[in-house]
Design a protein. Structure first.
Length: 403
């Protein structure tokens, strides 16, 4: 049966005692199938070579007459060019969607190579897949990228938009290497957020306010913040400090490679104030274990983490809000320590070793000197400088002689 279909006539076609097809007289090959239960679907009937084929286009409930005609037109153009649209559809089914490739990227690239791969997965899950989940990798265009990134920037989250753009650039580069796509659609797009290097260094008065505010915190939280300032190490490295990493007799903290940002093991000398903080926590931990042992006959486990009650990001953020410092971020402590060390005469190379920065170049590859002595001299000197500041004395304690 052939007739000029309209939106109304499609809706009114009744079910019969067997399925039947109605051919649209305005679009060659387009047919509407009415099933026994009255449900309707669109298909395209066409001849390729000597064979008659049928291609399902979609359910009439979700695909309008106008859209069905448009799809039929596109597919009949393929037929006229000698291309079987059913084979094209099958090929597209075998191509990876963005969600498919994101899974591959996380499992085969990010997880084995990146220590913080969970953050990469979170960006994909929250910022990319809700929009691109079912899109084919090969179909992503530069316009798609711009619209996605601009949408994130408009939340407003311009710096997050920069991070997502960088992630997508890496993801599509891997896709090129695996022959999934031929070009990177992120290339040529702009970074929406203007990032400025932060240069905040705490003043002497701010350092005193910071140190005093720690007195109102729990012993573990106070020790965590003060150790970040004394050691100049990163937040996660300090707050997730484990007892097995410490040698309190020799005064060393050995950060294992799996916990360091650059993937390299790192030895941190512990200055006298840092040792006082850690030994006090050790004594408290030992006393707690002894008290538990006295209450029952079980063998209580010694604590694994030095700062177990100060490990959560939310707890850190809440504690930081109590310092009363304008425009303060925890990383400012690391920058302050580094700046005051160099300002007191410590060579930049030694400060870089303390900060455990990955250094590029051939020299770094061959330089296997530990710099342990220089790092201890610098951090002990920094502790004396900080003590002088806290006691409002003259803070001009040189750690290295200036040349």
């Amino acid at each position: 049966m052939s007739k000029k279909l309209t939106h109304g006539s499609v809706a009114q076609l009744p079910a019969a005692d067997k399925p039947y097809y109605v051919t649209d007289s305005l679009r060659r090959g387009l047919q509407l199938r009415v099933a026994l239960d009255g449900s309707k679907s669109w298909s395209l009937r066409y001849r390729i070579g000597r064979r008659m084929r049928r291609l399902t286009l979609g359910d009439a409930d979700t695909l309008s007459l106008a859209d069905a005609r448009a799809r039929a037109k596109v597919n009949m153009k393929l037929v006229s060019d000698g291309i079987d649209p059913a084979e094209v559809k099958q090929e597209r089914r075998s191509l990876p969607t963005v969600e498919d490739f994101a899974t591959v990227y996380i499992e085969k690239h990010a997880q084995p190579k990146l220590r913080r791969w969970k953050g990469v997965k979170s960006r994909l899950d929250n910022d990319v897949l809700p929009t691109w989940r079912h899109k084919l990798m090969k179909d992503i265009t530069r316009r798609d990228v711009r619209e996605l990134i601009d949408g994130i920037a408009a939340r407003p989250a311009p710096i997050s938009a920069n991070r997502v753009r960088s992630l997508l650039h890496k993801l599509f580069n891997v896709a090129i290497q695996l022959d999934v796509v031929e070009a990177n659609p992120v290339s040529g797009t702009a970074r929406p957020g203007v990032e400025q290097r932060r240069d905040r260094v705490l003043t002497s008065d701010e350092l005193r306010r910071f140190w005093t505010a720690c007195d109102a915190m729990s012993p573990e939280m106070a020790a965590a913040w003060r150790l970040r300032l004394l050691t100049a190490q990163r937040a996660n490295e300090v707050h997730n400090l484990a007892w097995r990493e410490l040698d309190l007799d020799a005064g060393w903290w050995t950060l294992p490679a799996e916990r360091s940002k650059n993937g390299l093991s790192h030895r941190v000398p512990l200055s006298p104030p840092a040792m006082i903080l850690l030994k006090a926590l050790r004594a408290d931990a030992d006393a707690l274990v002894a008290a538990r042992a006295a209450r029952d006959d079980t063998r209580p486990k010694a604590p694994v983490y030095v700062l177990a009650q100060a490990r959560g990001a939310k707890q850190r953020a809440a504690a930081a809000a109590t310092f009363g410092l304008t425009d303060f971020k925890g990383h400012d402590l690391r920058r302050t320590a580094a700046s005051l060390m160099t300002g007191s005469g410590t060579p930049q190379l030694v400060v870089s070793k303390i900060l455990n920065h990955a250094e590029p170049g051939v020299t770094f590859v061959y330089d296997r000197h530990s710099y342990d002595a220089e790092k201890r001299l610098a951090l002990d000197g920094w502790a004396r400088t900080l003590t002088a500041i806290l006691e409002q004395q003259e803070a001009n304690v040189l750690t290295f002689a200036r040349s």
